[in-house]
Design a binder for this molecule. Structure first.
Ligand code: SAH
Ligand code: SF4
Length: 398
């Protein structure tokens, strides 16, 4: 795997990404009592402070020194867009080096016995190297891994917004930009911070991490034991088609991904949840439904079928409702729990990476046309069961 470079325009470490002992060591080195670390942590996590000025319990001189060394907030600017009558809030965050990442906050009102929920979808990388053609982040390519604090600060930002109406975040899902299992150390550190009752304090069962199928990452998680709910983006059960839809399938074929997910479910006792973006005429055929049913039959699994959100530069659109219903019945007929999800925030481009993609500018019409033709051609080959000869994307796999 190529060496990763993270160039930050601001060299100060983000406070929310520090492990608890690190801040204590910083104060101890300065001859300050260890309880100062607690005061800062309370300001960051309890008070959701965005600058040293918010850490009022500390002496002014220490506040200045803290501000010179650390950042209370790694997000420099945020643009919000609302949709679904205010039920979906999409935030485009600018980071210190100008990189743009997004998070999406979805409000679900109480229904029957289910309490109201506030779910935040966050990014783990700026861009993504996997390059799934139906995904706007994939279209952008890879910029860089996010720092732990940059991941966690998306959550703190949403928590601050919710606090203005005395609401709390109930769920965090790593389903924004990036492939979390290709930035796994930082993702694990951020899950620790979110989970720790002295920091954010959100139960592991309320955290979901989605992967496009990085097998070594899934195996590493299995060895660690249950950390959060694992979701696997499946999209197709046949290698020929999955090679096109999830290009890292050329490195880790679907059978290996499902086997790793199965082992994870067995070891952790937690059901694996599979996501499938339903693309009209591409991965929604009866042949593909049967292939998926055969692949998952007998597994402790749950499949979510999600109609594709329209993304510019692809020739594709969501599968029609009746086709999705038929696909779901085939899976259910094989005893696989299946849910059809309604997609949220379509008009503000809540699907993975769309806002940031808009900002990146429109490619030239000729480039779009070439790309569309290639996708039509590749998916036609894939539907005939012919495997792709394209290489594994750069930056994915050893
Ligand atoms: N890289 C990880 C997590 C981020 S993507 C992964 O792929 O799992 C999160 C989810 O958004 C994935 O399930 C992906 O398939 C889905 N997604 C991406 N683009 C989409 C689109 N245009 N319409 C619907 N879902 C999309
Ligand atoms: Fe990356 Fe996930 Fe988008 Fe694929 S769907 S390009 S893995 S963010």
């Amino acid at each position: 795997m190529p060496t990763k470079l993270t160039i930050l325009a601001d060299p100060r470490a983000g406070l929310s990404g520090l492990a608890p002992g690190a801040l204590e060591a910083w104060f101890t080195e300065r001859g300050e009592p260890a309880y100062r670390a607690r005061q800062v942590a309370d300001a960051v996590w309890g008070g959701n402070a965005t600058s040293a000025a918010d850490a009022r319990t500390l002496p002014a001189a220490l506040r200045d020194e803290l501000e010179a060394t650390f950042r209370f907030d790694t997000v420099t600017d945020t643009e919000l867009r609302l949709s679904d009558g205010g039920l979906t809030e999409k935030a485009l965050h600018r980071l210190a080096d100008g990189a743009l990442v997004e998070s999406v906050l979805m409000h679900y009102p109480a229904r029957g016995r289910q309490r109201e929920r506030h779910t935040l979808c966050i990014s783990s990388q700026a861009g993504c190297a996997v390059g799934c053609p139906f995904c706007a982040t994939g279209e952008l390519g890879f910029t860089r891994d996010l720092e732990t604090a940059e991941i966690v600060d998306q959550v703190r930002h949403a928590a601050r917004r919710l606090a203005t109406t005395e609401k709390r975040l109930t769920n965090v899902v790593f389903m924004g930009m990036g492939e979390p299992l290709l930035n796994l150390d930082r993702v694990l550190e951020s899950v620790d911070a979110l989970n720790d009752r002295h920091r954010f304090g959100l139960g592991a069962r309320h955290i979901t991490v989605s992967t496009s199928g990085v097998v070594p990452g899934i195996r590493r998680l299995t060895a660690l034991g249950p950390q959060f709910t694992l979701a696997v983006s499946l999209h197709a059960a046949r290698d020929a088609l999955r090679d096109v839809l999830v290009p890292l399938n050329r490195r880790w074929p679907v059978a290996e991904v499902v086997e790793a997910a199965r082992d994870h479910a067995r070891a952790t006792g937690r059901r694996v949840s599979y996501e499938t973006t339903m693309i009209g005429g591409v991965n929604d055929t009866p042949v593909d439904a049967r292939a998926m049913a055969d692949l998952l039959r007998g597994d402790h699994a749950h499949v979510n079928l999600i109609p594709m959100n329209p993304v510019a530069h692809t020739p594709w659109a969501a599968s029609p409702d009746d086709v999705i219903e038929r696909f779901a019945s085939t899976l259910r007929g094989a005893g696989i729990q299946t849910t059809i999800r309604r997609n949220r925030g379509q008009e503000i481009g809540a699907a993975c990476g769309q806002l940031a993609a808009e900002r990146a500018g429109e490619p030239a019409p000729a480039v779009v046309a070439r790309r569309r033709d290639r996708l039509i051609d590749e998916s036609a080959h894939a539907l005939r069961g012919e495997r792709s000869h394209e290489p594994v994307p750069a930056g994915v796999g050893e």
